[in-house]
Design a protein around this ligand. Structure first.
Ligand code: P6P
Length: 337
């Protein structure tokens, strides 16, 4: 059985009028960059790419060599194509316009070039997350403020997970689809059209070591999960936590579950750990397009009006009935106050 390639899928989406030629080219270029990142990550110690870069990012995190390498791969791949106006990345303090010597396009690309980098040196799956917005009309050279659009404004979003397989998961607003990399040919081939997240689940993903720092509603929700069939939920739950958002979300898109990174009082100035613009929004778009839900515990993530390029949010995403249940705990707590 011949599988549909990513290239053919994108051409068919363009022929159906769902994407433009420029967006098709942008996604194809990002996919090729992810292939190169996959090859680079796969070399590990043999490629001299493990360990710290000796630099830090605006998040105050030590950068891994592969964080910087992956960021450069995405910037270089997109520099001359003429489809982008500017890029923003977890690894760059501010957004950057495309080089002046090349033509500019109408899209803004945001990415976390290598998410889960704490797992790189121990050979656990990591990934690239990306989000595409339109450049605001009338803006010649976009700045940070032009990126501050709600998640509902995304025209495309996706991730590549670098695991036993390298799989690209993509939405252009008409379903969420998976493409697995055929390493011999360097081609992404469709392996799942129209991913659907089961509405209910018995599996949750959270870093339990933060339990004592959560707000009461979160404490109560997880306590009831742990109580299993003896508690108010009346069923037993399983737990998974890979600490690579891309890998945890891929599992949830594949078999259901709820992923939670809630607010915690370890650093009350931060509303959460994960970043809205290039983690929560693209993952929220992918999950919703697969029949799931994504909130910050109280409101739909895609409707949050951004105020800063690197702002953080609490994230609850996955099986929609379970996300609704977790969100209900938080809203009830607010109403009781
Ligand atoms: P913790 C990776 O650093 C990341 O940004 C996400 O990929 C992941 O879900 C989360 O942080 C893990 O955080 O606190 O469990 O290490």
């Amino acid at each position: 059985m011949s599988r549909t390639s990513l290239t053919r899928f994108l051409v068919e989406e363009q022929q159906a009028g769902r994407i433009t030629a420029d967006l098709r080219q942008l996604i194809a270029i990002v996919a090729r960059a992810c292939n190169l990142i996959s090859i680079t990550v796969g070399k590990g110690a043999l490629g001299g790419v493990l360990g710290d870069a000796g630099t830090g990012n605006i998040q105050g995190e030590a950068q891994k060599k592969l964080d910087v390498i992956s960021n450069d791969i995405l910037l270089e791949a997109n520099a001359w194509g003429g489809h982008l106006a500017a890029c923003a990345s977890e690894e760059m303090d501010h957004s950057t316009p495309m080089p002046a010597e090349y033509p500019h396009g109408d899209f803004l690309l945001l990415f976390d070039p290598l998410d889960g980098s704490s797992n790189i040196d121990v050979n656990v799956s990591v990934g690239t997350i990306f989000s595409v917005l339109r450049k605001p009309a009338g803006v010649e050279i976009p700045g940070d403020a032009d990126f501050l659009q709600p998640g509902t404004a995304q025209v495309a979003a996706g991730y590549a997970v670098y695991g036993p397989q390298t799989t690209l998961v993509l939405t252009v607003g008409h379903g969420t689809h998976a493409f697995t990399l055929d390493r011999e040919s360097g081609t992404f081939l469709m392996t799942q059209r129209g991913m659907q997240i089961p509405e209910d689940t018995k599996e949750f993903a959270i870093n339990m070591s933060n339990q004592r720092h959560w707000e009461p509603a979160m404490q109560s929700y997880v306590e009831h999960l742990l109580a299993g069939e003896t508690g108010p939920r009346g069923k037993n739950f399983n737990m998974r936590w890979i600490a690579s958002m891309v890998a945890d979300v891929h599992r949830i898109l594949t078999r259901g579950g709820i992923f939670i990174y809630p607010w915690d009082k370890k650093d009350p100035s931060k509303p959460g750990k994960l970043r809205l613009m290039y983690e929560a929004n693209p993952m929220g778009f992918l999950v919703e397009q697969a029949g799931g839900a994504a909130t910050n515990g109280r409101e739909r993530i895609l409707e949050i009006e951004p105020t800063a390029l690197h702002q953080r949010v609490p994230v609850f995403l996955g099986s929609k009935n379970e996300v609704a249940e977790a969100t209900r705990y938080h809203r009830n707590a607010d109403q009781a106050e």
